[in-house]
Design a protein around this ligand. Sequence first.
Ligand code: GLN
Ligand code: ZN
Length: 768
Amino acid sequence: MAIATNLGFSRIGANRELKKAVEAYWAGRTSPDDLRKSAAAIRAANWQIQTDAGIEHLPSGDFSFYDHVLDAAFAFDLIPRRFRNEAPANDLDLYFLMARGLAGGRQTQALEMTKWFDTNYHYLVPELEREQVFRLARNTSVEQSKEASRFRRAVRPVILGPLSLLLLSKSTDGSNPLNLLDRALPAYEELLQQLSATDATWVQIDEPVLVLDLNNEVIQQELPRCYERLAASAPGIRILLATYFGSLKENLDVALRLPISGLHLDLVRGRDQFEKALKGAPSSLTLSLGLIDGRNIWKSNLTAALALAEKAADAISTDRIMIAPSCSLLHVPVDLTGEDALPAEVRDWLAFGKQKLEEVSLITKALNLGRSAIADQLEENKGALARRTASKLVFESTVRARVAAIMASDLSRKSPHTVRKKKQAEVLHLPSLPTTTIGSFPQTEQLRRERLRARNGVIGQAAYKRFLKKEIEYAIRQQEEIGLDVLVHGEAERNDMVEYFGELLQGFAFTRNGWVQSYGSRCVKPPIIYGDVSRKAPMTIEWWQFTQSLTNRPVKGMLTGPVTILQWSFVRDDQPRRDTCLQLALAIRDEVIDLERAGCKIVQIDEPALREGLPLRAADATEYLSWAVDSFKLASAGVQDATQIHTHMCYANFQDIIGAISAMDADVISLESARSRMELLQTFVTSRYPNDLGPGVYDIHSPRVPEKAEIESSLQRALEVIPPEQLWVNPDCGLKTRKWEEVAPALTNMVAAARSARSALPTRVETT
Ligand code: GLN
Ligand code: ZN
């Protein structure tokens, strides 16, 4: 009999209970015990949902207070000295100190945060050193699998595999984290032994790194050696090695021969490995078929998924088949039930976490009992897919015609950067090392309350607008007082940089409660792009005009770029991503040109998600980068030379996309670099990045206020490698998650640091 399984579930709770619980704890309003109770309740609710959906293998240990990579580091005691030195009062505070740089009244620099593969989820990067000691110090995995046993289903503890843990970590002393494998394995062996003493018969070991380009030695030697040891250490445990986010490709053969009991394959993104896996799987190996898309929200084509499952059943027996989502359901919202604000027509096409698990169960049922066992559901599913294909909501002929008519000249500025730079300097008159921010200012309690009241109709639109204008005016006065050179309106009217534009564009739908974790307690509610995209009317002009009327200093127009809108939305799966992206780019282009017409001299088009859209395999990168860069240029290149185009990117490893970043040809790029202590900047230096750039001089993800001296030394590090006439001074990212009490002193220190640096410059240099 095939088994219905799941790899992991959203941990934020159906109503973002986790956010509320951890934030209350951070604010000192609740105790560690309260927080643990809330967490246990979320886990119980998740297992209930999964049980009700018919899942037979419940994942445990997939829950996390903040991040699962941090959990693995914490379990194995990979705790850098600076955190121990603070000697927090308890383990939870130590954990949150690593995550946030602030906990229980202690503070220090948090671990670096970076994107989890090509998702919009961020993990914390463990720091390792040559002599790193691994020790199973905290084993929450065992506790959580005991908790799950109450649900009378097979409990499957989930752990992050040793290769993935090491490869996702960074070394602080130049050593290669992979050399630590022999130090890590005993701790993993102990963990497996402890798990074998619980009821669990299967343990899921996640090794998503196996879908990446890995060097041969890792695959041919380290991987087999690693799993031989793990398998030998706990003979009572059946290891399910889980891979996802792509195909194993050339790594598949080795994976099939490992001494494991099961292998999970992502058949949504890695369909190409299916036949080969069926042929090559030894008779002792169970295959877990990832048939239901864990990265998107569309109903599956059940007939097609079932056909694959049946093919597998013919090739190997159903006893060796598990049916599963392609990856953990961490990346989709919990439940579609109650989403009654969606257009009914669109809602009919969707499936969230719970519904996806129901699909898993249906396929499993059909496999075990025959298609007739789910005949009605198959018909219903076919109907929904047919209604979607035929829907009038999806197709817009004018948009299609515009995309078809895009010309090469639409994709480039009129003159090269050096020429533009002079013209812009004449208009802008900025000092050297100009200071600015990334766009958003604190989204205060009050702001959120007023927004909610406006949404619920408690206050009218006019009153809400008046309120927003006051917020903007406050932000402007603050910035003037702080002494910033290029101002922003602060994005008070936006609750989210993608949702805001999505709501104003054609082709988007919005959920009420479709939250997905971004990092820690931060959640996002990705819009759903279901049809051709176009701009119904200007989107930001009025706000910009109002803001500029308040001040003599230049105010940046602030837009979200096409690639980021694409990347942070649930994207239609009935046309290539590229086509949707070009449609978005045309809409943003119109807005940029309208801003310029209104008198705006600087337009920032944020592309923080450009890097995360990069395919996981190098072979696929060129194609993606080519349409991603084209989309940015299509959006930005419609302006005159004297109009300055900024872009912003964060959390990225810029190394592998520096060519594309240069090709985007923005006049100024601001980037995240404080958490990595300016290491990221090196790439721009080595590649001789020609345009201007503002490496973030302090980390905004932590509530800690940086000292002037600290910012000065960041700035000095930047000045050592970047000519002053190319350099801007700004924080790492937008300030919406911070409080004014943190932002005002931090920016004041930043401006002071910039002024000191400016006065120390050999001669006054003309910038911008
Ligand atoms: N302009 C946006 C802001 O400041 C950029 C956010 C981002 O890069 N994630 O909030
Ligand atoms: Zn950012």
